[in-house]
Write a protein that binds this ligand. Sequence first.
Ligand code: ADP
Length: 609
Amino acid sequence: MGKRRMKMRKSKLVVLGLIAALALTGCGSKAKEEPKTSPDTDATATAIPSGTFTGEGEGKGGKIKVELTLENGEIKKIDVLENNETQGFADAMQTITDAMIGTNSFDVDSVSGATLTSTGFKTAVENAFEKTGASKDQLVAKEAAGTSNKEEREAAYTADVVIVGAGGAGLTAAIEAANNGASVILLEKMPMEGGNTLISGGEYAAPGNWLQKEEGIEDSKDQFYEDILKGGDYENDPELVRVLADHALESAEWLKDEVNVTFEDYMLFFGGHSVKRSLVPKDASGVELISKLTKKAGEVGVITHLNTTAKELVVENDKVVAVKAEFDGKEITYSANKGVILATGGFGSNLEMRVKYNPEMNEKILSTNSVGSTGDGITMAENVGAELVDMQYIQTYPTCDPELGTLLYVGDVRMEGRSILVNKEGKRFVEELERRDVISRAVVAQTGGVSYMFWDEASMVASGVNVKHQREYDYLIEKGILIKADTIEEAAAFFDIDAEELKKTVEKYNEYAKNGKDEEFNKRGTLTAFTGGPYYIMKSKPAIHHTMGGIKINTDANVINTDGNIIKGLFAAGEVTGDIHGTNRLGSDAIADITVFGRIAGRNAAKAE
Ligand code: ADP
């Protein structure tokens, strides 16, 4: 016991040193090392007019409009006036803004992982500057305040627990490890925390939750357990499913009560579940989860190193004892007194790996994933003998942006049970609350490989998706992916859908709603008739969303090797693991999974010897 305390104190000292170092460095933007100098500094400064100038560029989600303020030849302020980037990517624009102001130059690095946003933002700023009539070479570059991260990083660090990946699982594990007395270093290869969790809707399947009670919905751990197994075609490891089902509610309460995550006062009905049980975080966005988890992690003393890519696990005497990582081209060794947790997410953005395990998931299929989801943790674990399971099971999300592959949250009207999916011929072709894989496969088989989601004004008002996701709504209308029209004929004509058939389909559906039974597809939940215009039709197609396969773990989140034994010192949690969801993960089960197993991994790593 005494020995353990000593060890802990030593590593806490290391961590305190780190806090001081980090306070000096600042994160994200990299200062250019050699400042540009102008041949005639004074003349340059007066040649650039002071004032505010607006400019535009094209980001991932469409137009980015900025206002640039210049004063005495210096970049003073950059305000984003308009943008439709996924919420988390606003951080990338802030990172670039800081770098531009800090260096008084437009020649700054893009934020990796947010390349399209970075390019669009930089174009907008340069476009604003062009309106001054001056040349950007006239800006006198200066060195950014503080010192660059590069010099500040040591070659080695030690903590009780080293965690790789600061998405939902990694942050959760970090908090619980710290809560159990461990010093924690969390490594993240991107310039910001979040991963796929950040860009998800953050919904959380919790059987027996407080809203179900209010609405009188009967549910139980056993029913959730059955749904997960059935949804995964019983290919899941029942022991892991049992843990997930038994602890989902308690971990949702932990998020609400301990991490201060705000949940909305409504639920969504995700496909494949037998009842409505999915909690929705504030604004139906993973941003709420990640911002609160990040805040909590900071409060409990977790040290996060961004821009730091884990490359390799170090094994000594059959135990994982360290992680070798790279920061700015330099190798850093992170030693773990107790354990290493892999929480690197899935491999949806790694084309080579996708095709290796499932040739159907080729370059023709778009992806909803963060660019960081490249399966690094799976590869690192495999290299130290871990068993990989279910790698061929890759899930597509059925209703994504047909051009970009991003998730479309306006489409959540489907999970409120208030829309139907039709094809070009104006006919329904699948149960709208079926499993994601079933709907995706059905969509691919339709004309053009797309589906059209149809709903009416009453459904729009009831679901409020145009208000909750207003920026996305405006973007979809502008891009012609979503149409709002007074009549069914007009809406159908926009996408060249057979209007007569669509009208018949709607009439039939209304009849089913009246009788309380969908004769064609047996749609679950309450059927609500369409009552009148305006009508909405949204075009979408499937995109890669979740990789079910990954590292084999046991119920304590220990990583298991190919001989069926525990790899000492190594834990894993989240999308990096396999065997929990079988062939197919049900919507909103991932957040429950990463929270339940993230907590288990954090607690057990903190207690490991
Ligand atoms: P989960 O839902 O399981 O938490 P996420 O996708 O939300 O998964 O988070 C995984 C995180 O791990 C992402 O932020 C990703 O950038 C990060 N990551 C992936 N590979 C590495 C690596 N080699 N080193 C550090 N961080 C990594």
